[in-house]
Design a protein around this ligand. Sequence first.
Ligand SMILES: *[C@@H]1O[C@H](CO)[C@@H](O)[C@H](O)[C@H]1NC(C)=O
Ligand SMILES: *[C@@H]1O[C@H](CO)[C@@H](O)[C@H](O)[C@H]1NC(C)=O
Ligand SMILES: *[C@@H]1O[C@H](CO)[C@@H](O)[C@H](O)[C@H]1NC(C)=O
Ligand SMILES: *[C@@H]1O[C@H](CO)[C@@H](O)[C@H](O)[C@H]1NC(C)=O
Ligand SMILES: *[C@@H]1O[C@H](CO)[C@@H](O)[C@H](O)[C@H]1NC(C)=O
Ligand SMILES: *[C@@H]1O[C@H](CO)[C@@H](O)[C@H](O)[C@H]1NC(C)=O
Ligand SMILES: *[C@@H]1O[C@H](CO)[C@@H](O)[C@H](O)[C@H]1NC(C)=O
Ligand SMILES: *[C@@H]1O[C@H](CO)[C@@H](O)[C@H](O)[C@H]1NC(C)=O
Ligand SMILES: *[C@@H]1O[C@H](CO)[C@@H](O)[C@H](O)[C@H]1NC(C)=O
Ligand SMILES: *[C@@H]1O[C@H](CO)[C@@H](O)[C@H](O)[C@H]1NC(C)=O
Ligand SMILES: *[C@@H]1O[C@H](CO)[C@@H](O)[C@H](O)[C@H]1NC(C)=O
Ligand SMILES: *[C@@H]1O[C@H](CO)[C@@H](O)[C@H](O)[C@H]1NC(C)=O
Length: 413
Amino acid sequence: MDRYLCYVTLCLLGLGLLETNAFEVEIKDSSNTTCIYANLRINFTVEYETSNGTFKNVSFAAPDEVNTEGSSCGQSDVAPLLNVHFGNGNLWSLNFTKNDNEYRGSVLSFTYNASDSVLFPDAKEKGLVISTTNTSFFVPVPLNSSYKCLHDDTVTTPHVVQVYWNVTLKAYIDDSAIGKDFTCSADLPSTTQSPTTHSTTIPSTTTTPQPTTKPVDKPSVGNYTVLNGTETCLLASMGLQLNASLLVEGKNVWTALNIDPINTNSSGTCGNETALLRLTNGTTVVEFLFFIKEKNFHLQEVNVTLFNGSDFSSKTNLNLSLWEASLGNSYLCRKEQLITVSEDLYINTFDVRVQPFNLKNGTFGTAEECFADSDLSFLIPIAVGTVLVFLIILVFISYLIGRRKSRTGYQSV
Ligand SMILES: *[C@@H]1O[C@H](CO)[C@@H](O)[C@H](O)[C@H]1NC(C)=O
Ligand SMILES: *[C@@H]1O[C@H](CO)[C@@H](O)[C@H](O)[C@H]1NC(C)=O
Ligand SMILES: *[C@@H]1O[C@H](CO)[C@@H](O)[C@H](O)[C@H]1NC(C)=O
Ligand SMILES: *[C@@H]1O[C@H](CO)[C@@H](O)[C@H](O)[C@H]1NC(C)=O
Ligand SMILES: *[C@@H]1O[C@H](CO)[C@@H](O)[C@H](O)[C@H]1NC(C)=O
Ligand SMILES: *[C@@H]1O[C@H](CO)[C@@H](O)[C@H](O)[C@H]1NC(C)=O
Ligand SMILES: *[C@@H]1O[C@H](CO)[C@@H](O)[C@H](O)[C@H]1NC(C)=O
Ligand SMILES: *[C@@H]1O[C@H](CO)[C@@H](O)[C@H](O)[C@H]1NC(C)=O
Ligand SMILES: *[C@@H]1O[C@H](CO)[C@@H](O)[C@H](O)[C@H]1NC(C)=O
Ligand SMILES: *[C@@H]1O[C@H](CO)[C@@H](O)[C@H](O)[C@H]1NC(C)=O
Ligand SMILES: *[C@@H]1O[C@H](CO)[C@@H](O)[C@H](O)[C@H]1NC(C)=O
Ligand SMILES: *[C@@H]1O[C@H](CO)[C@@H](O)[C@H](O)[C@H]1NC(C)=O
């Protein structure tokens, strides 16, 4: 009996040592179904002002004993929320946001209790201090996947540094789907460029990046829609190719990426003055924002988020004036066009037809063709016309000559 107790104690001690400062929590809904799971370690460093006016840093770790009061699975219009209370009034809190394909942390806030005389014995200001950030510590993750990261990740806000590691985190858990793991880039073998590690084979193009721009096929044209309720309020059809200077094996390489319509989802919003088309292809997101000016619409903002080397990068151009057409009509351009998003990111567009406003019955209105197209379509009839006129004149002249010749012929007889 004693031996058994001893064994259990040792075992607990051993586990305790191994698992020190890792908390594991599950949030359940009213029907006891888990919607959020988290298992991670956090080290906090807080800089605070002491009573004599100097600054001091205190470091502590989130313990394994926590409670999750106030957490919730959320509803359609309320974000899921994970609250982790520990120690003497400290609260680490994260809510989540998702789109059709991915979810991520929305706002991360950490509240510490400066009245705690153990951690902050000489704090000048007592009471609760909140530090909030929306640069969340984990990247967008495909729905039904768990975010996993063994490596350290750091989130810094004024006066607070949080270091995370051994993270497993999953929100919007849907038991009907078999989840995959989404491994953070820091955990990936350094030779792969793929942001996810499922044990699928990595296409050779990603493992052998060419230092020179490789010729790529024209992208396929995709049909994209945005709905307002059940009604189509934005219609677009185009082929898209991103051309970005990406970090590949320590070097910047111009890389062309075709947006494959087959695994691209469209979403967005339709408003009275603006309309947004968001295309999501894996972890790549391209956003087009259309504006109305007088009786015309145009493309004004483009925002591209993609995986670059080891992290996500967002590039935006807020000052475009492209793809203009009258309200009620659609914009059409068959020719290849170039959109400059930033100096390290361009979009080549092909066969664009787009109508972000005033759709009738979910179909395109009259097409207004771009200059590049009309240029040619003007020239062709002009060229044909010129040739025709020339031919007519030629026929007429030969007729005149022929008539004169035949007259002189008659006379000579
Ligand atoms: C959920 O689980 C808890 C503990 O396991 C139990 O007390 C409770 O009755 C369950 N609730 C429902 C709705 O099943
Ligand atoms: C976390 O804090 C503990 C104790 O201060 C330290 O030993 C450990 O190295 C820290 N871990 C990280 C990843 O910063
Ligand atoms: C201020 O207080 C801290 C501890 O409370 C002490 O270590 C430090 O020496 C003090 N500084 C001055 C300038 O008195
Ligand atoms: C506290 O730590 C932060 C980050 O490590 C550092 O920038 C700051 O200078 C430190 N403050 C003090 C008073 O040591
Ligand atoms: C903060 O710490 C003080 C002192 O230990 C305690 O009285 C107070 O209840 C704590 N605040 C919260 C919100 O727990
Ligand atoms: C998360 O909570 C913050 C307030 O703490 C709120 O401003 C934000 O909108 C929430 N995120 C979502 C997706 O609802
Ligand atoms: C896109 O729509 C056009 C016109 O409705 C249709 O001809 C074409 O096949 C569609 N393309 C795809 C990939 O669905
Ligand atoms: C991508 O951009 C670079 C720099 O402007 C250019 O040299 C290259 O030809 C472009 N590639 C494609 C496929 O458009
Ligand atoms: C990718 O990262 C490299 C290195 O940080 C940077 O030079 C380049 O501009 C980035 N490209 C994009 C499109 O963000
Ligand atoms: C979206 O639908 C609502 C309700 O049918 C309507 O009032 C609104 O005008 C529509 N908005 C657009 C941009 O079509
Ligand atoms: C661009 O898109 C990213 C990701 O969706 C977002 O975080 C960022 O705020 C957007 N930037 C602009 C200027 O809209
Ligand atoms: C709208 O489209 C449907 C199906 O394409 C068609 O049956 C209907 O007649 C159209 N309505 C109008 C007003 O054009």
